[in-house]
Ligand binder design. Structure first.
Ligand SMILES: Cc1ncc(COP(=O)(O)O)c(C=O)c1O
Length: 392
């Protein structure tokens, strides 16, 4: 009986409204930008990104933060983080080139993509960047063919349960393979440098860090027994942000990770790395789009917007549940939000509680700072969101 009395639509809309209002309250200088003439627009808060980096450095004080450029590769973000002394994680020649252009020294850059295009490895050699993740013999062969004495770190697989964007199916190896790979790297005249894992992006499960660090410690010890002197542990990304639900805080994750490090690594590796992407930029951006249509299909209320999964909201396809806010009052209904293209896969969200929208209304999509514009393409001729940085 109690259950049916709960107004899920009101709870959902209130959550989105509160998130929107507190986002704007902390960024009053965004107010003049809330009704842009041209949409879609991604409004990013550069100062917020800097504060987030500083917060991470403060709580993870023993770690070097390598910003995962893939989350949002905008030059202004890279430049601002570079000025604060951030390190960077890149996957491609283009990302590497952007980071170098921001004046970052190659010894502050790593590449943790376990499978890299050969021409990217060549480019790394050319610029003097020599630290790479691996999880296969082929990758070690590829690197060894280009560079002598490059430093390689092995990616071990850890569970990604409770992570909204799991990454463990495509990459990572078990402990036995990992130790063999490190030995193989040594035979190939590379430097067995360290260990990495990824708990899955948007990770809301402490246990993944527990298994990751415990697994890394076991591998570290096995490597030591085989005479391999590793130097570096990289705990990947995974720091979550608030979408249509709360997320673990940086402070809590850092506290937990610190405890795990004390338990499993009484002697700390020479370098500790983390490579957050979403956790730095995710909730520092808001997408503004407009309603372009409405329809009733059977029982379903459809609402169509001028962006979609192809031009900014790709993660909606794989489990990210954005919070949507419409600045109106009135009875709440549940809506299916369709993207702008004519592809029927282009559905951004279902069961979204909103007051009745009208064509032309602005719809605000919170926490759209990560993995949006970097995925966007002008499919069907619809523009990718313009990125703006309102200044306070
Ligand atoms: C190798 C690697 N490192 C770091 C990241 C960043 O992860 P997140 O955005 O969850 O912090 C990713 C994300 O895909 C990744 O693949």
């Amino acid at each position: 009986m109690l259950k049916s009395a709960i107004d899920h639509k009101a709870i959902q809309f209130e959550f989105a409204k509160k998130t929107f209002l507190s986002f704007i309250e902390e960024r009053k200088h965004f107010i003049p930008y809330l009704r842009p003439e041209k949409t879609p627009v991604l409004c990013m808060d550069l100062d917020g990104i800097k504060r987030r980096y500083i917060e991470l450095k403060y709580h993870f004080s023993k770690f070097n933060v390598y910003y995962a450029v893939k989350a949002n590769d905008h030059e202004r973000i890279i430049k601002s983080l570079a000025e604060l002394g951030s390190h960077f994680e890149v996957a491609s020649s283009q990302e590497l080139s952007k980071v170098l252009q921001a004046g970052v020294s190659p010894n502050r850059i790593i590449s943790s993509n376990p499978v890299k295009p050969p021409d990217f490895i060549e480019y790394c050699k050319e610029v003097g960047m020599d630290r790479f993740a691996v999880d296969s013999y082929t990758e070690i062969d590829k690197i060894a063919a280009v560079m002598k004495r490059a430093r390689v770190y092995v990616r071990v697989v850890v569970p990604n349960e409770g992570s909204d964007w799991p990454l463990s199916k495509k990459f990572g190896v078990d402990l036995d393979t990992a130790i063999d790979l490190l030995e193989y790297a040594r035979e190939k005249n590379l430097i067995p440098y360290g260990i990495t894992f990824h708990v899955g992006s948007q990770c809301n499960n402490f246990r993944n860090w527990f298994i990751g660090i415990r697994t890394a410690a076991e591998l570290w010890e096995r490597a030591r027994m085989r005479g391999l002197k590793l130097q570096m542990l990289n705990i990947g990304g995974g720091i979550p942000v608030k979408y249509s639900y709360e997320a673990l805080s940086i402070e809590d994750i850092a506290y937990y990770v610190k405890g795990l490090m004390q338990k499993f690594f009484p002697i700390l590796p020479h370098e500790l790395q983390m490579e957050p992407g979403r956790g730095i930029v995710g909730d520092q951006g808001m997408m503004i789009c407009r309603v372009i249509g409405k329809a009733k299909r059977g029982e379903d209320n459809w609402l169509y917007i001028d962006t979609g999964v192809f031009n900014g909201l790709a993660e909606a396809l794989g489990g990210i549940r954005y919070a949507f806010y419409l600045d109106k009052e009135g009875e709440l209904k549940e809506w299916t939000i369709g993207g702008v293209s004519c592809d029927s896969m282009d559905v951004v969200a279902r069961n979204v509680a909103l007051p009745e929208p009208e064509v032309g209304d602005y719809l605000y999509i919170l926490s759209a700072g990560a993995y949006t514009t970097v995925y966007a393409a002008p499919f069907n001729g619809f523009p990718v969101p313009e990125v703006i940085f309102p200044q306070g």
